[in-house]
Design a protein around this ligand. Structure first.
Ligand SMILES: [Fe+2]
Length: 311
């Protein structure tokens, strides 16, 4: 098993945070395939985006499974956007921690999709979604040494098949899977180290888990190595109770999550950040307010950082 970095892997040099210009897509200080602020593309947005893509959107993210079998008008609309805009992909059904054999056909299809649309970045969830078929929920992987070895080996296989590093996303969960031997952060760090993969850091998931499981979100951020970050997600959630938040992607991002995003920029530099919205999807103009809020937080980081340089 090849456990080294694939030669075609996106190879982002993380510069000293004082040199980052997060308002400029494709900044010369970074070679990561996307920069700035992004939006998760959903089919309902296609018509609104056909004639004009708002300049606030530096990149889009799609789940390959939702787009690779598309035909007709929507396939043409999608192609027209991927031809002129930057994209990343975020898979739904790889089920990296699931008991079923790795879905080789799915990985081949994803590879073809990435090639067809000239997309470099593929990310997935550090969870599983299948048992004897596809479940429509993301289940937590047990935080055990055995699971680290199992999942890391599968990530390495996917990276070898795709010829690039992939990014795994920290998942939200409500009850830890049975047999827990380590904390969530140690599980994630062990996966990053063993699989030599990147991390898609979901800022909202850190917030949700920190409330649901009673840990310090900032300490969590500071435990993650700077050179493993691919990009960030940010999203809204639903407050079920004081100590139970549901990661719904169905509401506006709340202030404590924006604050945590700011802390994340202080830790990792101005990482590309994407807004996810899957339910209660408002008109595009409303979503753009939140995409612009990402730009504002990035600009705030940049301004505070330049003050530090000149002080
Ligand atoms: Fe996410």
């Amino acid at each position: 098993m090849n456990n080294t970095r694939a030669s075609k892997a996106p190879n982002r040099t993380i510069p000293d945070s004082t040199t980052l210009d997060c308002t400029t897509p494709n900044s010369a200080t970074s070679v990561y395939p996307v920069q700035g602020a992004g939006l998760g593309l959903r089919r309902v947005m296609l018509d609104s985006l056909q004639n004009h893509i708002p300049p606030a959107i530096d990149f889009f993210e799609v789940a390959p499974e939702n787009w690779m079998t598309l035909g007709g008008k929507q396939a043409k609309q999608f192609r027209a956007i991927t031809e002129r805009h930057a994209f990343v992909t975020h898979g739904l059904s790889l089920s990296i921690g699931g008991p079923a054999p790795l879905d080789i056909e799915l990985v081949k299809n994803i590879h073809a999709f990435l090639r067809e649309h000239h997309i470099e970045v593929y990310s997935e969830h550090l969870s599983y979604c299948s048992d004897d078929g596809h479940l429509y929920d993301l289940m937590p992987i047990p935080f055990t040494e055995e699971a680290v070895n199992y999942v890391a080996e599968r990530i390495v296989r996917v990276q070898d098949m795709l010829g690039r590093r992939i990014a795994m996303e920290n998942a939200s969960y409500y009850t830890a899977a049975p047999g827990k031997e380590m904390e969530e952060i140690d599980f994630i760090l062990a996966i990053l180290q063993k699989a030599d993969c990147d991390l898609l850091l979901d800022i909202n998931n850190i917030y949700v888990n920190s409330v649901n499981h009673g840990y310090d979100a900032k300490q969590f951020l500071h435990a993650i190595p700077v050179d493993r970050i691919g990009y960030f997600h940010i999203a809204g959630h639903f407050n079920e109770a004081d100590d139970l938040i549901i990661d719904s992607h169905g509401a506006d991002v709340i202030d404590p999550v924006w604050s945590l995003l700011n802390k994340a920029y202080e830790r990792f530099g101005c990482v590309p950040t994407l807004l996810e919205r899957d339910f209660n999807i408002p008109p595009l103009g409303t979503l753009l307010n939140e995409v612009n809020q990402i730009h504002k937080v990035q600009q705030q980081y940049r301004t505070e950082n330049s003050r530090t340089i000149t002080a």
